[in-house]
Design a protein around this ligand. Structure first.
Ligand code: GDP
Ligand code: IMO
Ligand code: MG
Length: 427
């Protein structure tokens, strides 16, 4: 039995789409289990280049069933356009199933995401403004509308009327905006219901049954550990748990069914949006990495902040997630760098610390302490075997293994599916 979770270990955009597309050849089910269309997972394979938002990255294999799990918040309008886009490029999406427990993003969630960010002014989180935070807030407040509600239109109408009555009060009385029309939203969501009703099921039972039949399952995380609302740089975080534990909850399987937790890390570090990032390079080196790697948001095109690999944050990520092994992506981005730094601890007010502080004020004061390694200054894009990597590239990976106390099972040396080096079986 193989049940693998592939989870972002940093601030998102680690290359989860690339790694999941590579591994999914071995899976029967690929399950998105957290976040929503704030995610942008890039896949480059023989079918072309795709930027997936909600669709699990295993959709390109004929034998794979794609599941949107209960831990996702689903914007049906985005799903419609994503599916239509995939279909128009010849990708078969007929094996997509949606959990009946998945909360839906409603038009008011998107409106409030924007209004709340604007109200924060200079203290804004830098959200993707896709309505993610407000949708998860409603889920926890028990006022959300779920995919299963689309199966009973009378019930949908009632839930929507109750929710909108309250939302419109806030819209008009707090923000001085026009109210939203319940009729319009209802009609729009009835159209979604007509399209998606046949795909809405109890996916947790389906996945559990698949596991009992010994069919391999791959859980695809979204975002990254440092955006976790509990352990990340709160409040500069997202609103669902991008962790291994979150993936179990978000797909509806028991944690002890997992056979491998794979932590996906870039060979350096990036972040989009606001919030502290101790190894951020605000200099020419940061610019060089951004341009070499074309580090701009998949969804928002916002420039990503770049920095060196931070093993203090990574060890924290490994501890909370319990990663069995590590995937190091984008190693090739460092091909041209004459020197590569790894952050091994922080200095704060002259004191050396080896933990990731909870407090934003403290994190902002952390100065990275670096170990300097020589670069390899040669191209790794076409290498498929660890032993064939330049010596300094191997040394870099082995040093990361040592500092993280975890094996590096997969190395990615390019965005295409085949640009992958495997060192250990994950399934
Ligand atoms: P995700 O959100 O974790 O799936 O990552 P994104 O797709 O948002 O961002 C990762 C970017 O890196 C995408 O543009 C990928 O095509 C690209 N990518 C993934 N792996 C590699 C790699 O090993 N080398 C290079 N050069 N690019 C990569
Ligand atoms: P993938 O799955 C990188 C960031 C946003 C913002 C914060 C909160 O592609 O790795 P939200 O819209 O979730 O309320 O925004 O989280 N963020 C991501 N950053 N990759 C992502 O997803 C992200 N999803 C959210 O930029 O800082
Ligand atoms: Mg992304």
């Amino acid at each position: 039995m193989s049940v693998v979770a592939a989870i972002g270990g940093q601030w998102g955009d680690e290359g989860k789409g690339k790694v999941v597309d590579y591994l999914a050849v071995q899976a029967r089910y690929v399950v998105r289990c957290s976040g929503g269309d704030n995610a942008g997972h890039t896949v480059v394979n023989p079918h072309g280049e795709f930027k997936l938002r909600l669709m699990p990255s295993g959709v390109f294999y004929k034998g794979t069933t794609s599941i949107i799990g209960n831990g996702v918040v689903l914007n049906p309008a985005v799903l419609n356009s994503e599916i239509d886009g995939l279909n128009s490029r010849g990708i078969d999406t007929s094996r997509l199933i949606i959990s009946e427990r998945t909360n839906l993003i409603m038009p008011y969630h998107i409106v409030f995401d924007g209004l709340e960010e604007e109200a924060l002014g200079g203290k804004a989180i830098g959200t993707t403004r896709k309505g993610i935070g407000p949708a998860f807030a409603d889920k926890v407040a028990r006022t959300g509308i779920r995919a299963g509600d689309l199966l009973d239109k009378k019930n949908l109408r009632e839930k929507l009327t109750t929710a909108l009555e309250y939302k419109n009060k806030i819209l008009t009385k707090v923000y001085g905006k026009e109210p939203l029309s319940a009729d319009e939203i209802y009609e729009q969501y009835c159209d979604y219901a007509d399209r998606w009703a046949p795909r809405i099921h109890d996916t947790s039972s389906m996945i559990s049954a698949a596991i009992e039949r010994n069919e391999p399952v791959l859980l695809e995380g979204a975002q990254g550990f440092l955006l976790d609302p509990d352990f990340g740089t709160y409040p500069f975080a997202t609103s669902s748990s991008p962790t291994v534990a979150g993936a179990c909850i978000g797909s509806g399987i028991a944690p002890n069914l997992l056979t491998h937790a794979l932590g996906i890390f870039k060979a350096y570090q990036t972040r989009v949006g606001a919030g502290p990032m101790p190894t951020e390079l605000k200099d020419e080196t940061g610019e060089t990495i951004r341009e070499l790697a074309h580090e701009y948001g998949t969804v928002s095109q916002r420039p990503r902040r770049c920095g060196w690999f931070d093993t203090v944050a990574a060890r924290f990520s490994i501890r909370i997630n319990g990663f069995d092994s590590i995937a190091v992506t984008r190693l090739d981005v460092l091909d041209k760098m004459p020197q590569i730094n790894i952050c091994t601890s922080y200095k704060i007010d002259g004191k050396t610390i080896d933990y990731f502080p909870a407090s934003i004020a403290e994190l902002e004061k952390c100065q990275p302490v670096y170990e300097e390694l020589p670069g390899w200054e040669s191209n790794t894009n076409d290498i498929r075997n660890f032993e064939k990597l330049p010596e300094n590239a191997r040394k870099y990976v082995l040093r990361l293994e040592e500092l993280l106390s975890r094996p590096v099972s997969l190395i990615s040396v390019g965005k295409r599916r085949e640009q992958t080096i495997i060192r250990q079986n994950i399934f």
